[in-house]
Ligand binder design. Structure first.
Ligand code: GLO
Ligand code: MG
Length: 345
């Protein structure tokens, strides 16, 4: 098994203030500069960007202004030695995205979503990343009869094709999530993301991003999703976190809920050589709402600590002994062996 070191990142939204549908923020908002400084202090390598994290109020700005601000940001990032891991169009805030973005029933809104995505690609170019992440937040329905799912898939393909044509190098990493905010999303799993790639003008540039919590919400094991995506060479980014069952998207620290599921994700990453083509390990985690300002960055540092401990656990797992137990179909002892390995006994 090739040994290598991992590179880590998170996004400015992962230093969140604690607002939820039932209550206001509980930590004071901080500037982007402060968040960038914390990322550097924590020793992370890169930052993820929504288009409007990179260029605030993007909808009110001209293409020239957007490019100028992106260039200024690039200079700052270079100065700090921080890379941009990806750019993602935030297609779920604007009034034009109320009924979906690429799959809205209103053609004007679909046009807005595509235009904004093309601007995001321009920003990605300037920031020096070839990855556009597409979390398709509102591409689904609350009411099944409100949209024609077949047309919606065609509209998704049309939008992806426009992005692929806009820039010959850009790669689209689809981040599937089965629900929330929608009742049902059109691309709920990695299988759906990789299947729709086949309908686009360049399937080699349409891949995916796995988020642990999203796989769990789909009732799947994130480790199997990792193996599946990597069998296609299509896992271009990763949002590690944790999730306690079928609830709202919790974005808990990595390993917080189920250490064994986390261990198996790390094993899958190790056996497939994730990171060896420059991919980053991103933590899409949020502080618990109860978190005091003084402990505001713990979830990020702790997720990385857990990840690195689990890399050690994966590398020191007695594969030979495991193989013997497997050959003997003694899965009972294999199960116990994993438990004791994780407990350090
Ligand atoms: C929400 C998603 C979200 C995306 C991010 C990047 O459930 O995980 O955090 O990862 O907006 O597009
Ligand atoms: Mg995510």
């Amino acid at each position: 098994m090739a040994k290598h070191t991992y590179k880590f990142c998170f996004g400015p939204w992962n230093i969140s203030e604690g607002q939820d549908p039932y209550g206001p923020p509980v930590r004071p908002p901080q500037t982007f500069d402060w968040k960038l400084a914390q990322l550097k202090k924590l020793g992370f390598d890169a930052m993820m960007f929504h288009d409007d994290d990179a260029v605030p109020d993007i909808d009110s700005k001209s293409e020239t202004q957007i490019r100028k601000e992106a260039k200024d940001l690039r200079k700052r990032l270079d100065g700090e030695g921080i890379a941009a891991e990806m750019v993602a169009p935030r297609l779920w805030f604007a009034p034009q995205t109320v009924d979906g973005a690429y799959t809205s029933n209103d053609p004007k809104c679909r046009r807005y979503a595509i235009d904004r995505s093309l601007r995001s690609i321009d920003i990605a170019n300037i920031l020096g990343t070839d990855i556009l992440v597409l979390w398709l937040a509102r591409e689904g329905s609350y009411i099944r009869e409100s949209k024609n799912a077949r047309h919606c898939l065609e509209r998704l393909v049309e939008a992806f094709d426009k992005m692929l044509a806009h820039d010959k190098k850009i790669r689209l990493a689809i981040e599937p999530k089965p629900n929330e905010p929608m009742d049902h999303a059109y691309l709920p799993t990695i299988g759906h993301a990789l299947a729709i790639a086949q309908l686009t003008r360049d399937s080699t540039r349409v891949g995916c991003l796995i988020e642990s919590a999203h796989a769990i919400l789909a009732g799947l094991d994130p480790a199997d999703e990792i193996d599946f995506a990597m069998a296609f060479g299509k896992l271009w980014s990763l949002h590690l976190n944790d999730q306690n069952g079928l609830k709202f998207d919790q974005d808990k620290p990595f390993g917080s809920n189920n250490l064994r599921v986390a261990f198996n994700q790390v094993r899958a990453l190790e056996r497939n050589g994730y990171g060896q083509s420059g991919e980053y390990v991103c933590f899409d985690v949020h502080p618990f709402r109860t978190t005091k300002t003084a402990h505001w960055l713990k979830h990020l540092d702790n997720s990385r600590r857990t990840f690195l401990s689990l890399v050690e656990k994966a590398r020191t797992f007695d594969e030979q002994k495991a193989q013997q137990l497997i050959a003997d179909r003694n899965y009972q002892d294999l199960d116990q062996m994993v438990i004791e390995h994780l407990m350090g006994t």
